[in-house]
Ligand binder design. Structure first.
Ligand SMILES: Cc1cc2nc3c(=O)[nH]c(=O)nc-3n(C[C@H](O)[C@H](O)[C@H](O)COP(=O)(O)OP(=O)(O)OC[C@H]3O[C@@H](n4cnc5c(N)ncnc54)[C@H](O)[C@@H]3O)c2cc1C
Length: 417
């Protein structure tokens, strides 16, 4: 069924009891052309673009939990392309272009809102670095502005620019095309479109084994049976090390807990996304009126998805420096996700040393914005066997050959990226 004003009205009149299931239930076949391990946004987008752009539909997506249970629907919904390195910028800017049309393409309202991304600098030196980034973005064809003083105050009226804080605000890099996208809608929008194209999606179906013979992928094991396949993609975010380990691969990344929070809802007070860079604390207001906040990683490796008072205090103290009215609000919910962070803080995408086995991981707490671009590029790779240009810099072997993609210049300290 297509979603339209008419279908909304007719279903409302019949008590909303006649909506069909969003994804079809299928029987697991003994073999598929391609198995995608991980039913998050990245895996589902790959499945969708394989069908949409290449006509390849004999695909199984196997998800250990439920659609939208991973980082895709745990993130803070921010999309932007304000990166310094050409490689990072190009992929995320390609994604920004795709977000723009995606609700129409998927016939699913993803609530993409380019409401702007305001990245705060706290010293003249930092502002100079932001100017370098802004110039790189402009050269790449994106919008970018440096705002200071009254211009910044006019853009974000509630921001405290009095200079009274411990880390006064010197200015900001603003990307107006950045913004937010409703994250669980992304997972379900891609799942629905992929299922409609004939792709089989299985929830509660983890990959438990990767069968390899003579260096070539043969099959994926699941509790529901063995699936033979020509190719497979590992796209499991925080579980990347674990699942790649099933194929004997040792990935250069750590899994680290990242937390997020929402306050009680109030009337509209903030129409953009603001990021405080001294430490890390970023904030936006949802359409429901809640403020969504996020911050730095927990700083140590862990698969435990849980909160901590330390991070609440850290993120909220910094947010209160930006917006002094915030301490009057109550925190309503708090959750976390396992971020897979590499030694240079950038993703690993492409073929692995095992013939037929591809990897997409290492997106840490920055991969949501790239979701449609990852799906698009990964589908190209699986369909043609050629690594697309945008994906080349993120190769599996870049740490071995010394071509790290370290946007922050931070070095091999995953918890700092
Ligand atoms: C708190 C937080 C805030 C974030 N904020 C932002 C943000 O504002 N902007 C941004 O761009 N990025 C953000 N991110 C990062 C972003 O969410 C991720 O990089 C992105 O969603 C990864 O997408 P994915 O599809 O690879 O992962 P997921 O959605 O996690 O999908 C992977 C799936 O694999 C499944 N899986 C695991 N093991 C197996 C197995 N053995 N077999 C089968 N399936 C398996 C999991 O259940 C999961 O559903 C944030 C992350 C967190 C945790």
């Amino acid at each position: 069924m297509s979603y339209s004003g008419l279908s909304l009205l007719s279903n409302a009149l019949t008590g909303n009891t006649r909506w069909p299931s969003i994804i079809d239930v299928s029987d697991l076949q003994k073999s598929y052309d391609i198995v995608i391990i991980g039913g998050g946004g990245h895996g589902l987008a790959t499945a969708y673009y394989l069908a949409q752009n290449h006509g390849i539909k004999n695909i199984a997506v196997i998800e250990s939990g439920w659609i939208g249970g991973g980082n895709t629907a745990r993130n803070t919904t921010i999309v932007r392309s304000d990166y310094l390195l050409n490689s990072s910028f190009a992929l995320k800017n390609f994604a920004l272009g795709l977000w723009d049309q995606l609700s129409q393409d998927l016939n699913f309202n993803l609530m993409y809102e380019p409401r702007g991304y305001v990245d705060l600098a706290h010293s003249d030196g930092e502002l100079e670095h932001f100017t370098l980034r802004a110039n790189a973005m402009l050269l790449g064809g994106a919008d970018a502005q440096i705002l200071t003083g009254d211009a910044l105050q006019a853009r974000v009226p509630e921001l405290d620019l009095s200079g009274a804080q411990r880390f006064p605000i010197a200015g900001a890099l603003v990307q107006e095309a950045g913004g937010v996208v409703r994250h669980d809608a992304v997972a379900w929008g891609f799942a629905r479109a992929a299922s409609k194209a004939g792709i089989h999606i299985f929830q509660n179906c983890p990959a438990t084994g990767i069968i390899i013979q003579n260096g070539k992928l043969e099959a994926i094991d699941t509790p529901q049976g063995r699936i033979r396949c020509g190719q497979a993609l590992i796209s499991v975010a925080g579980a990347s090390c674990e699942v790649a380990g099933l194929a004997g691969l040792d990935l250069p990344l750590n899994s680290i807990n990242v937390q997020a929070f929402v306050t009680e809802p109030i009337k509209p007070a903030l129409d953009t996304v603001v990021n405080y860079n001294a430490g890390l604390s970023y904030i936006s207001q949802t359409d429901k009126g809640e403020f969504v906040l996020g911050g730095a990683t927990d700083g140590y490796s862990s698969f435990a998805r849980r909160g901590s008072f330390e991070r609440i205090e850290d993120v909220l103290a910094r947010a209160a420096q930006m917006f002094p009215f915030l301490p009057r609000l109550r925190l309503m919910r708090h959750w976390s996700g396992t971020a897979d962070i590499t030694m240079d803080g950038n993703a690993i995408m492409g073929p692995t040393p095992i013939n037929g086995l591809m990897i997409n991981g290492g997106w840490g707490y920055a991969g949501f914005k790239a979701t449609p671009a990852v799906g698009h590029q990964m589908a190209d790779l699986l369909a043609t066997g050629q690594v697309p240009d945008l994906m080349c810099p993120f190769s599996y072997d870049r740490f071995e050959i010394g071509t790290e993609q370290d946007d922050g210049g931070i070095g091999p300290y995953p918890w700092l990226h």
